[in-house]
Design a protein around this ligand. Structure first.
Ligand SMILES: Nc1ncnc2c1ncn2[C@@H]1O[C@H](COP(=O)(O)OP(=O)(O)O)[C@@H](O)[C@H]1O
Ligand SMILES: [Mg+2]
Length: 258
């Protein structure tokens, strides 16, 4: 559990947010703030809307035409639902890492250089620097520095996931969204990613969905508990895990269901 935070600014301020897949409402009146430069964990049983919620934070949900959204999704004071912010710019600022590592079937170098190239960086020296810095930031550099031109698919699952984090870091984001980033990994790789997240917390605002409550307790500053599309409660991780306000949260964290 992280030490008590000094009150920071909020990066997201979500108000009365609702989301439907067709006629099925998956998120109901979600109101919550997500703090800057801290780790916010989202927990809750399968199907409660965690992935749906985290995917709205960079408007990935806009890719699905059956989705309808209402309410406010304020990112740094700008409502993403009504703003004309360029989606490519948003996704550069708000990076995402998925459950299953999904490197491109290209070299390690090209995986990391991909985003910066798309955003117009052509200079080889500059790209080399970004690749090195990003791989260092993802705790992967020493393991791959002598094989940057080898295919990323040859890396272990844990290394692939750190590569995906390096790829996200390469566009110099402010926010990192992670949807169950360790659920496909072995315990050792999981520990590495947790250490990595703890180090990234200094520089980035991180939102992580996790099935693993011990993980939420270990690495997050704040925790939000979702249940059946609703936010039951959110508070400091210490509070949620030791003395939650709601019985349902207590039942969930003590393993009575989920
Ligand atoms: N692409 C989709 N189309 C229709 N319904 C979906 C889709 N994705 C998720 N849902 C529904 O939305 C609800 C929340 O799902 P999800 O966000 O994946 O939950 P979680 O990540 O907490 O397991 C579920 O009822 C699920 O069936
Ligand atoms: Mg999910």
């Amino acid at each position: 559990m992280q030490t008590t935070l000094t009150k920071t600014q909020n990066i997201y301020d979500v108000k009365d947010f609702n989301l439907w897949y067709g006629s099925n409402q998956a998120l109901k009146n979600i109101t919550l703030e997500l703090g800057e430069k801290q780790v916010s964990a989202i927990i809750g049983p399968s199907g409660c809307g965690k992935s749906t919620f985290i995917k709205t934070l960079n408007l990935m949900s806009k890719l699905n035409p059956s989705i309808r959204m209402a309410g406010e999704l304020n990112f740094r004071g700008e409502n993403l639902l009504t703003s004309s912010m360029d989606l490519a710019d948003l996704r550069k600022t708000v990076g995402m890492v998925f459950q299953k590592p999904n490197p491109f079937p290209k070299s390690i170098y090209e995986n990391v250089a991909y985003g910066p190239r798309i955003h117009g960086i052509r200079n080889k020296k500059e790209l080399d620097e970004i690749v090195e810095t990003s791989l260092k930031g993802a705790f992967l550099w020493t393991e791959v520095k002598d094989r940057l031109n080898k295919n990323a698919m040859g890396l272990s699952g844990g290394q692939q996931q750190r590569l995906c984090i390096a790829r996200a870091l390469a566009t110099k984001p402010d926010v990192l969204l992670m949807d169950e980033p360790t659920s496909a990994l072995d315990p050792l790789s999981t520990t590495k990613i947790e250490e990595l997240i703890t180090s990234l917390r200094e520089t980035y605002s991180i939102v992580i969905v996790t099935h693993n409550m011990q993980q939420a307790a270990r690495i997050s500053d704040e925790t939000a508990f979702f249940y059946m599309g609703e936010l039951i409660e959110k508070g400091s991780t210490q509070h949620i895990f030791s003395n939650p306000d709601h019985k349902r949260t207590e039942d969930y964290i003590s393993g009575h269901f989920g």
